[in-house]
Design a protein around this ligand. Structure first.
Ligand code: 2HA
Ligand code: ZN
Length: 270
């Protein structure tokens, strides 16, 4: 059996959580990540048939039956993952139509997966319907996006347009825009359900006065997606209180669509 701590998915997860902490996106136990894996990616690192314990999930997700997820633990600090991965991360396999998670590795010392597990799993199911290559759901608390939700209109078109106007990259990186949820109680199946619904039309879902959810094909790509939106929010906060003399016009955004062969979310450009 190979050492799971050297598995490519483990190395990338550890690097990503460290990086996110260093960006200031994941204070204390803030944030959570789930990475979907195939049996072939994990089987060499696990003792065949060994289940450490079964954890009830509290929801059903038949589409994810039998899928493997490397996921961050509840109450665990991203800051510490690189020093104690076996305490802070867990590798689970969903069974019983998603109602049970078999713990195959990790959460040493009795831990469990993130409190946002329902939002993660329902978001995976929703993204897989529109993108079979989706593997990652990532949640964090980036400071500028969070701040922006206090001062900007939360209308999805208005919020998206502001981000697109703050940096030329944005329309190219997230042409579908961002979806926005009003403040809601986190850690519940209900916020999971509405987040997943929003994930049907965009890979970024802002949770007002809380943070953001991102989804993508890899940890790197999903990190980059959030990073791009976060930087745009930072520019917005630097200029929001100043008289605006210039902007990126809709005409220019249409030029980007053509040049980079992307299509802006219908109705979001004039
Ligand atoms: O896991 O970020 O939304 C801590 C959180 C909850
Ligand atoms: Zn959070």
């Amino acid at each position: 059996m190979k050492d799971i701590l050297n598995a490519p998915f483990m190395v990338e997860m550890t690097r990503t959580t460290t990086n996110m902490y260093q960006q200031g996106w994941d204070e204390r136990n803030g944030g959570n990540i789930s990475l979907m894996l195939e049996r072939e990616q994990v089987e060499d690192y696990l003792e065949r048939g060994k289940v450490l314990r079964a954890i009830p999930t509290g929801f059903s997700a038949p589409e994810l039956e039998g899928k493997y997820f490397l996921v961050t633990g509840t109450g665990k600090y991203f800051k510490n993952v690189r020093y104690e991965p076996e305490e802070d991360l867990g590798l689970v396999r969903l069974t019983d139509g998603g109602a049970q998670a078999q713990l195959l590795w990790g959460f040493a010392g009795g831990g469990s997966f993130t409190s946002e597990f329902p939002a993660h799993m329902m978001s995976h199911a929703a993204r897989l319907k529109v993108d079979a290559g989706n593997r990652v759901v990532m949640h964090c608390h980036p400071v500028n996006l969070l701040a922006m939700t206090y001062v900007h209109d939360l209308d999805e078109r208005a919020f998206t347009r502001t981000l697109w106007q703050m940096s030329t990259e944005c329309l190219v990186v997230f042409p579908e825009g961002v979806n926005v949820l009003p403040w809601m109680l986190c850690g519940t199946a209900e916020i999971g359900r509405v987040t997943a619904e929003k994930m049907g039309t965009a890979r970024l879902v802002v949770w007002a006065q809380h943070g953001i959810y991102g989804a993508g094909g890899s940890l790197d790509e999903t990190f980059g997606l959030i990073e791009t939106a976060e930087k745009a929010a930072e520019v917005y906060l630097k200029i929001a209180h100043l008289p605006r003399r210039n902007t990126i016009t809709d005409e220019q955004l249409h030029l980007l669509e053509q040049r980079f062969n992307v299509k802006a979310r219908p109705g979001f450009l004039d």
